[in-house]
Write a protein that binds this ligand. Sequence first.
Ligand code: ZN
Length: 304
Amino acid sequence: VHQRPVSSLQHTLARPVRFSGVGLHKGAPAVMTVIPAPADSGIVFVRTDENPFAARIPAHVDLVTTTQLGTNLTNEAGVSIATVEHLMAALLALGIDNARVEIDGPEVPILDGSSDVFVQEFLSAGSVSQGAPRRVIEVLETVEVTDGSKTVRLEPAAAFEVDVTIAFDSAAIGTQRVVLAPTAAVFADEMGAARTFGFLHQVEAMHAAGLALGGSMDNAIVVDGDTVLNADGLRFADEFARHKALDAVGDLALAGAAIRGRYVGVQGGHAMNVALVKALFARPQAWRWSLEHAPQQLLAAAGI
Ligand SMILES: [Zn+2]
């Protein structure tokens, strides 16, 4: 069931998949439909509640506007879509290259605070090959972004890997490190279900300021001091680091293609991940377009 089509060809969903739920920021309900799309179209959000001429928001790092509480995109017309990273991570890990994401509001539904619902529904729908070669971004030189003791970097590697370390002054979290290669199976079983998290005092302060109005223990792990408040506890002992790894996969997906390289993050976050992708693109010698599992005829078809 978890077998991603190990393919050098682009894929899209076999049928549309519908999700509904509240957004994290405003808590407003939205309906989102992820629809099959043509080869080479990538992932494109379409705000169906906006003027059709202004509604299209391609999922690309150049359109990232804010990264507080999640990664948000804004197009040239000023139309935004918020909290795209958990959806983007699921699409990337499951090998869905092309999709049109129609949504009738400004935020992707937060659902359970992880990618799990997206993964289950996409696996259930299945995907279809589209005949066109799938290009990947091959990292050739290490690129790094630092901010004090925080660091994120991309290194050359034979496959996509994520290596995430976090450290919090709470016994519920402490220091955690996960190293995973997010294939479809690994993502579905070991990363996609890891939920976002926050501290109770932050959640209370945000609610008082009118932020994170959709946030609750239904869609986040809430930590108070050294204690996890959720009645059902954790899904993984190191669920916090696994969620940071999930976030990194989703942010890196905004490169517009899968990355062949190792991501290393120490106390990183959305803003640094986005800066890292931009830093990679800003150094032409640090990367090149390549093909996944490329047989010769596909190399020729792609002009490589
Ligand atoms: Zn997240």
